[in-house]
Design a protein around this ligand. Sequence first.
Ligand SMILES: NC(=O)c1ccc[n+]([C@@H]2O[C@H](COP(=O)([O-])OP(=O)(O)OC[C@H]3O[C@@H](n4cnc5c(N)ncnc54)[C@H](OP(=O)(O)O)[C@@H]3O)[C@@H](O)[C@H]2O)c1
Length: 253
Amino acid sequence: MLIAVAGASGRLGHHLVDVLQERGHGVVPISRTHGIDLTTAVGLEQALTGVDAIIDAATWPTPDRDAATSFFTTASRNLHDAGQAAGVRRMLVVSIVGVDRLKGDYQTAKVAHERAALAGPVPTRIVRATQFHEFVGQLLDWGTQGETAYLPDMRTQLVAARNVAETLVDVATAPEFSQQDGPALEVAGPRPENLVDMATLLAARRGRPAKVEIGSHPADPDVEANASGALLPGPGAILVGPTFEDWLETAEV
Ligand SMILES: NC(=O)c1ccc[n+]([C@@H]2O[C@H](COP(=O)([O-])OP(=O)(O)OC[C@H]3O[C@@H](n4cnc5c(N)ncnc54)[C@H](OP(=O)(O)O)[C@@H]3O)[C@@H](O)[C@H]2O)c1
């Protein structure tokens, strides 16, 4: 198959490109790095010529609610319009497990993303993933003040981005594909963890910062939801890949 990956230069997107190529599929990478901006859509229809499926793993880089919502809804409409004109037959959109149980700005924008994606003409399914192993380092960087990192009290079933990519490719290339008519598919790692415990392992591996503590932003509307397991998957989730601890043994961090 020929598959377009929106967000091909990203944390998840580059694994999608690798997995597709390793399995013998053709790939059309889409990102500003690859010369296509999803908000202007210049060149998008031409890039999608001959494409069988789109996997949308593009995202706005900041948690600003209005900017992120505008990005997701515009990019989604452009992918649908150009995809329909080019004859694309299926689309997978990456989202976040539990996102509709949260009230934060980025999470609200992702819910708008899901709605826009399901409203478009190309048959679409949402695949919700838990937080990536690779995301813990970014959270550690964002939360570090001097010798201490402050991270939210969060229950999360961390998953390796590579294994999420493999699951997405399985679904995108399956013989059967139909427009979603029920809950989103969920993909998660093998077991629930406390984010602070995993970030502490990562900090020890990096040699910095010296301490990792619970410390939520005072304006975070999801403090209770994060701590009580709102981000954990349901019983039907596909569980894949290594635990964070096992992944950390060989990961470049
Ligand atoms: N990170 C996590 O732990 C996690 C967990 C669950 C679900 N997700 C979801 O997974 C998806 C991918 O996340 P990620 O962490 O891989 O994101 P990421 O590393 O920030 O990658 C974002 C991608 O979007 C592209 N992009 C941004 N603006 C663009 C534009 N205007 N036009 C075209 N491409 C654009 C970026 O490429 P350029 O900058 O080159 O344009 C990049 O390839 C997101 O939908 C996210 O919500 C993430």
